[in-house]
Design a binder for this molecule. Structure first.
Ligand SMILES: [Zn+2]
Length: 272
């Protein structure tokens, strides 16, 4: 429903109608919004959508779905602050060189490109003006997302933003842990631990599970599912307090980036 003022809202309530301005929108999840409410919300009242996506990928002693869990939780944390709806998470992606580990597989780059392109076009055709992709997985997937988001933005005249959270949060990782991070390293382990502590199996961990990123070599499958950005740094420490601090600070940072970007688009009058 369009925003109605409190006086009218309470009058309608007194008349026994189920209309209440305080309950608008009834949810931020696109999965839970019906078409009637959606039409009332978008565009106008809500112009931004957050699209979380990741893949199934081995992550040391974290869940294989860590790259989905992280952006899904991030979107839930940010939706109200940036006045967005949250699109259903795309849980399958281009996993890459860790896809040989148990429970993992890759979607081919060609199929992913077409599918993600249709998703972005679908969101644009539903009149979202700002499409924010919260990406949980790096490698070749990032390159495809950036290219497709730019292409859809240009053709549909919508603004698109691709966020690789771990890169945006690089200085926070150094600040909280005093060193660099890694794939399934201190940083990502902390973020996931803050979401699903029961599914982080520290008892299965050993530092031997980690390897630094290949310098001058590559291997398929990569020999470790914990990949340190720098040799000797980024091992997970499973510290609950640091995990909570890191989760909070990363979410604030990502919210700052989304807000600042939309503000600049607005001020520049882009795609009004
Ligand atoms: Zn990951």
């Amino acid at each position: 429903m369009k925003r109605i003022n409190a006086a009218i809202g309470s009058t309608l309530l007194l008349a026994g109608l189920a209309v209440n301005a305080d309950e608008v929108p009834t949810t931020r999840e696109m999965n839970l919004v019906g078409w009637q409410e959606f039409a009332e919300l978008v565009p106008g009242q809500i112009d931004t959508v957050l699209l979380p996506l990741g893949t199934l990928e081995a992550h040391g002693v974290l869940p294989n779905g860590s790259d989905n869990l992280a952006p899904t939780a991030m979107a839930a944390e940010l939706a109200e602050r940036v006045n967005a709806l949250v699109a259903p998470t795309l849980n399958y992606g281009v996993t890459g060189s860790l896809d040989a580990y148990a429970g993992n597989f890759s979607i081919s780059a060609a199929a992913y490109e077409v599918f993600i392109s249709d998703i972005l076009n679908g969101l644009a055709s539903n009149e979202f003006r700002n499409i924010v992709i919260l990406n949980g997985h790096g490698g070749p997937q990032t390159e495809i997302l950036q290219r497709v988001a730019e292409d859809v933005g240009r053709r549909q005249r919508v603004r698109t933003l691709v966020i690789n959270w771990w890169a945006v949060a690089d200085d926070i990782t150094h600040d909280v842990f005093g060193e660099n991070g890694g794939h399934a390293g201190n940083n990502e382990s902390a973020y996931v631990q803050a979401i699903v502590p029961r599914h982080v199996h520290a008892e299965r961990y050993s530092p031997a599970m980690a390897s630094p990123r290949g310098e001058g070599w590559s291997a398929y499958p990569f020999p470790s599912s914990i990949v340190l950005y720098e040799e000797g740094q980024g091992y997970p420490d499973f510290d609950e307090k640091k995990a909570a601090v890191y989760f909070r600070r990363v979410n604030i940072r990502i919210g700052d980036v989304v807000e600042a970007t939309i503000k600049k688009w607005d001020e520049a009058g882009i795609f009004r």
